[in-house]
Unconditional design. Structure first.
Length: 335
C-alpha cells in the first residue's frame, strides 16, 4: 500500500515527499515525468474510439500497440528534452525545471549517460512496435510516427530547437492532435481518417496546447534571459494569458460546431460538465500569480500550467466518455 501511495503521489504531483523512501518505480515515474502521460493516453483513446464508431471491424490489437507506443514515445521525449536542455545549459539548479520537480540528472536520480541510454532504449522499443504496426497496417503508420518523432526530438535538440523559435506550441498541437489521434485512428480503423475525423482532432489538441502555453507563461522571464523565444516570450505575458483563456474557451465552441455538423457524436457535449472548472481556471488566469505557493502546492514556481492541466484532465475525460457512450447508444446530430 505504501508503494501504491508513492506512485499515486508522483502521478498526481510529479514529486515524492522527502520523508518517503524513493522506490524504483517512483524514481522512473519522476524521471519520465509520468504525471503528464494522461494527455497522451487521452489522445490515443480519442483516436481509437473515433475509429470504433466508424470502422466495421476495429483492430484492437493495433490500437493497444499504438497506445503503448505513444506513451513510451512521450516518456522518451520527456527524457530527451531533459538531456538536451541540460547539455545546452538551459537546465540548471536555478531554472524552473529543477525547482518544480527533481531533474533526472541534477536531482541525482540518474547519470547523464544512463539518461541518454534510457532514451535510446525506449526509442528502440518504439521502433519495434512501429515495425509490427507497419507490417499489420501499412506504410501510413510510418508517416504518422516519423513526423511525430521529428517534432518531438527537435523540440529542444539542435540544430532546430522548435521551442527556442516560437514553434513549440504549434508542434504540440500537431503531435497531440492530428498525429496521435489520427495515427491511432488509422491503425485501429485500417484506413486514413476522413475529413470529419481530422477536424475532430482539433478540440483536444487545443487544450493540450494550453498546458504547454501555461508552462511557458510561468517560465517567461527565465526563458527570455536564456534567449529561448517561446510564444509567451514573443507575445508577452498579458497577451499569452488571454490567448490561453481563448483557447480553453474555443474547445467548447469547436465541440459544438463538430457535433452540429455530425463530425462528433452528440454525447461529446458531456464536455460542458467541465464548464465549472473552466470558469474557476479563467478566474485564476485573470488574477496575478501569487508571490508564494499555497500550502501543500507541489510544483512551484509553476502556476498557470497547473490550472490549464486541471482543466485539461476534466474536459479530456468527458470527451473520451462521450465517445465511449456513443459506441453503446449511437446518437449524432447533423444540421
Amino acid at each position: 500500500m505504501s508503494l501504491l501511495s508513492n506512485w499515486k503521489e508522483v502521478i498526481d504531483t510529479a514529486n515524492l515527499s522527502p520523508e518517503k523512501e524513493m522506490d524504483v518505480v517512483s524514481k522512473w515515474l519522476i524521471i519520465t515525468r509520468a504525471a503528464v502521460f494522461s494527455m497522451t493516453a487521452t489522445s490515443g483513446l480519442i483516436g481509437g474510439l473515433l475509429a470504433a464508431a466508424i470502422a466495421a471491424n476495429p483492430n484492437w490489437l493495433n490500437f493497444g500497440l499504438a497506445l503503448v507506443g505513444l506513451i513510451i514515445a512521450h516518456a522518451a521525449n520527456n527524457m530527451n528534452n531533459d538531456y538536451f536542455d541540460m547539455q545546452g545549459g538551459v537546465d540548471t539548479q536555478e531554472y524552473a525545471r529543477a525547482l518544480y520537480a527533481p531533474h533526472p540528472v541534477l536531482g541525482g536520480l540518474i547519470s547523464k549517460r544512463r539518461l541518454g541510454g534510457a532514451v535510446l532504449l525506449l526509442n528502440l522499443v518504439d521502433a519495434l512496435i512501429l515495425v509490427v504496426l507497419y507490417l499489420r497496417s501499412g506504410w501510413p503508420v510510418l508517416a504518422f510516427a516519423l513526423a511525430g518523432l521529428f517534432i518531438s526530438f527537435f523540440y529542444v535538440a539542435p540544430p532546430i530547437k522548435l521551442k527556442h523559435v516560437g514553434l513549440g506550441e504549434l508542434g504540440v498541437f500537431v503531435v497531440w492532435g492530428p498525429l496521435m489521434i489520427g495515427g491511432a485512428y488509422y491503425v485501429t480503423a485500417g484506413q486514413l481518417p476522413p475529413t470529419g475525423v481530422w477536424l475532430a482532432t482539433i478540440p483536444y489538441a487545443l487544450i493540450v496546447t494550453t498546458v504547454l502555453l501555461g508552462k511557458h507563461i510561468d517560465k517567461l522571464e527565465a526563458d527570455r534571459q536564456k534567449g529561448i523565444r517561446t510564444l509567451p516570450v514573443l507575445l508577452g505575458e498579458r497577451t499569452s494569458l488571454w490567448l490561453n483563456m481563448a483557447l480553453m474557451s474555443a474547445f467548447y465552441a469547436i465541440v459544438v460546431a463538430l457535433v452540429l455538423t455530425g463530425a462528433l457524436a452528440a454525447w461529446v457535449l458531456l464536455v460542458f460538465l467541465a464548464l465549472p472548472r473552466l470558469v474557476q481556471v479563467l478566474k485564476i488566469y485573470r488574477q496575478p500569480k501569487p508571490s508564494k505557493p499555497p500550502q501543500n502546492y507541489a510544483v512551484w514556481p509553476l502556476w498557470f500550467v497547473s490550472w490549464a492541466f486541471y482543466h485539461n484532465k476534466r474536459a479530456g475525460t468527458l470527451f473520451v466518455l462521450g465517445l465511449a457512450l456513443n459506441l453503446i447508444f449511437p446518437f449524432r446530430l447533423a444540421l
